[in-house]
Ligand binder design. Structure first.
Ligand code: 86X
Ligand code: MG
Length: 485
C-alpha cells in the first residue's frame, strides 16, 4: 500500500531505503553502489547549487570543467596522496574490442587532473589568486555498504581548487568556504552542524590541515562529515611545481585550498528530518513548497472548488512560492494527502465546500501536522509565514535532538558507556595521533570503531590539569568523538 513497511526507530536502514524510493528521489540501478537521482532529488541539488554557485562567484571563483579521465602517471604522482586510495580507483582498460595501450583512471577527485595545468598557467604573482571550481561527478569504487546519497560509487559534488601567493589568503578562504557549508546545512537543509578541525589522522593526507562541518544522525548515533574545506599548504605546489615570481622577483610556491560538498547533503537531510510518513523537506530546498488539493463533496460546487485551487496556485506562484495543485480525478483526497506527505511537501492546502463558502483555505503543516484555517485575504503573507515557521521549526527540532545526544565525558569508562548509548561524545584529548589510533583499535567491532570527528572551533573551558580521556596525559583540547559514516 501507500505506507512505509519499516519505521524510522525500528529499522532505520530499511526505513531510509524505502523513504528515498517511495519519496521518488532514488531509483535503484542494476550496478551496485550506483543510484538514479530522480527529479525530486535533483531539484534539491539544484536549489543548493543556485545558492552556493552565486556565493562563490561573489568570491571571484570561476567555474571550469576538466576531463573525467586521469592518466596513470599523474595519478600516481605522489605515493602518499593516493596510498590507501588505490583500491577505489576505477580504470578504463578497453575501447570496443581492443585493449587500451595504457589504462586510464576515472577521477575520484581532481587534484592530479588540474594541478599540472595550474603549474603551466601560474607564472607570476599577477596570475594569482587562481580560483576555479567545477560541478561534476566523481567515481570511487567503494566496497563498504553502499547507501543512497551517503555512500555511492559515483556522486555529484562541487570541487573548488584555489591558489594564493600567501598562506594568510588561503587560511582566510578556507573559513569563508566553511561558513558557506554551514549555511547550506543550517539555513537550507535545516540541519545543525559543528565547524571544526580534523585531527592529523583524519585530515586529508595530502594537505596541511582540514576543516569540516560535522552533522550527526541521532537514530544511528553516527557522526557524518557534511562538507570539507582543506588548506593544502604548499604540498601540491611542491609536487606539481606550481611556482610564481613574487614582487621581489623571488621564486616561491603557491599556497592552495580545496573544498567540496556533495549529494551526500541530501541523504543527511532525509535521515535527519524524515519520519514514518516519509520525507520531510525544508521549504528552502523543496521543489514544491505547497500542494493544493481540492476536497469535492457530493453535489457541492466542484467546479468552483477546482477553480479556487487553480486560483490559489496562481496567487502563490506569482508571489514566488513553489506551488502546484493536484487535480487528478482518479485519486481521492486521502490518497493525495498520503502521497504528498510521503514526498515531504512542507505545506498542504485543502479547499472544500466550507472553505469556499468562508473564503478560506485549510493549511496543514508536514513537519508537525498542525491544521490551520487561513483566510484567503493576505493568503500569500500567511503562507510565507507558515513556510518560514516550518523551516525554523525543522532546524530547532533537529538541533534539540542533536544536542540531546551530546555527552561530555572525562574518563575511558564514561567514553565507552556513551559510545554504547549512541552518543556524540565531547572529550578532553591530548591530541596525540598514537592515542587516536589506540582509541580506534580499542573500539573496533562490527559497529565500526570510534574516531575523532572534529575539534570544534568553539572550545569549552578546559580547566588546568584536565586529563585526556584515553591516555591520561594532559589534555590540550576538547574533541568530538563517535562512530561515523
Ligand atoms: O576533499 C576534497 C575537496 C575537493 C578536492 N579533493 C579533496 C581531497 C579528496 C581526498 N580524497 C578522497 N578520496 C580519494 C579517492 C581516490 F581513489 C584517490 Cl586516488 C584520491 C582520493 C582523495 O584524495
Ligand atoms: Mg573515501
Amino acid at each position: 500500500g501507500l505506507g512505509l513497511s519499516f519505521t524510522k526507530d525500528e529499522n532505520f536502514g530499511e526505513w531510509y531505503s524505502e523513504v528515498v524510493v517511495n519519496g521518488e528521489m532514488i531509483e535503484y540501478y542494476d550496478i551496485s553502489g550506483c543510484y538514479i537521482l530522480r527529479p525530486w532529488a535533483m531539484s534539491i541539488w539544484e536549489n543548493m547549487q543556485t545558492f552556493f554557485d552565486a556565493e562563490i562567484k561573489k568570491m571571484k571563483v570561476k567555474n571550469c570543467y576538466f576531463p573525467l579521465f586521469v592518466s596513470p602517471g599523474v595519478l600516481q604522482k605522489e605515493k602518499d596522496h593516493i596510498e590507501g586510495f588505490a583500491p577505489e580507483v576505477a580504470w578504463v582498460t578497453k575501447s570496443g574490442e581492443s585493449d587500451l595501450e595504457v589504462p586510464i583512471a576515472i577521477r575520484p577527485t581532481s587534484e592530479t587532473v588540474m594541478y599540472p595545468y595550474y603549474s603551466k598557467w601560474i607564472r607570476g604573482h599577477r596570475d594569482l589568486p587562481l580560483k576555479l571550481n567545477q560541478w561534476c561527478n566523481v567515481v570511487r569504487w567503494e566496497f563498504s555498504n553502499p547507501t543512497p546519497f551517503i555512500r555511492s560509487r559515483e556522486f555529484l559534488w562541487q570541487e573548488g581548487h584555489t591558489a594564493f601567493a600567501t598562506k594568510e589568503e588561503a587560511d582566510t578562504e578556507v573559513l569563508q568556504i566553511l561558513e558557506l557549508y554551514r549555511r547550506i546545512y543550517e539555513e537550507f537543509l535545516a540541519i545543525p552542524v559543528t565547524k571544526g578541525r580534523k585531527s592529523e589522522l583524519e585530515k586529508f593526507a595530502g594537505g596541511l590541515y582540514t576543516t569540516s562541518v560535522e552533522a550527526f544522525i541521532p537514530n544511528t548515533g553516527r557522526g557524518i562529515q557534511g562538507a570539507t574545506s582543506h588548506c593544502l599548504g604548499q604540498n601540491f605546489a611542491k609536487m606539481f611545481e606550481i611556482n610564481f615570481e613574487n614582487e621581489k622577483g623571488e621564486k616561491s610556491m603557491v599556497w592552495q585550498n580545496s573544498w567540496a560538498y556533495s549529494t551526500r547533503t541530501i541523504g543527511v537531510m532525509v535521515m535527519v528530518h524524515g519520519d514514518n510518513k516519509g520525507l520531510v523537506l525544508p521549504p528552502k530546498v523543496a521543489a514544491l513548497q505547497v500542494i493544493v488539493i481540492p476536497v469535492p463533496y457530493k453535489d457541492a460546487d466542484t467546479q468552483g472548488i477546482f477553480d479556487a485551487c487553480t486560483a490559489t496556485v496562481a496567487i502563490l506562484s506569482d508571489a514566488g512560492i513553489r506551488a502546484e495543485a493536484d487535480l487528478r480525478e482518479n485519486y481521492s483526497p486521502g490518497w493525495k494527502y498520503s502521497n504528498w506527505e510521503m514526498k515531504g511537501v512542507p505545506l498542504r492546502i485543502e479547499i472544500g465546500p466550507r472553505d469556499l463558502a468562508n473564503n478560506q483555505v485549510r493549511a496543514v503543516r508536514r513537519d508537525n501536522g498542525e491544521k490551520i484555517d487561513i483566510s484567503r485575504v493576505f493568503l500569500v503573507e500567511q503562507v510565507k509565514g507558515m513556510l518560514e515557521k516550518i523551516q525554523q521549526n525543522l532546524f530547532d527540532v533537529a538541533k534539540q535532538k542533536r544536542d540531546a545526544c551530546i555527552e561530555v565525558v572525562k574518563t575511558w569508562d564514561e567514553f565507552i558507556k556513551a559510545l554504547g548509548q549512541k552518543k556524540l561524545i565531547l572529550a578532553p584529548w591530548c591530541d596525540e595521533e598514537e592515542v587516536e589510533k589506540d582509541v580506534k583499535a580499542r573500539t573496533k567491532g562490527e559497529m565500526g570503531a570510534a574516531k575523532s570527528l572534529c575539534t570544534p572551533f568553539e572550545q569549552p573551558e578546559l580547566p588546568e590539569g584536565t586529563k585526556c580521556f584515553a591516555s591520561g596525559k594532559p589534555a590540550t583540547k576538547w574533541t568530538y568523538w563517535g562512530r561515523s559514516y
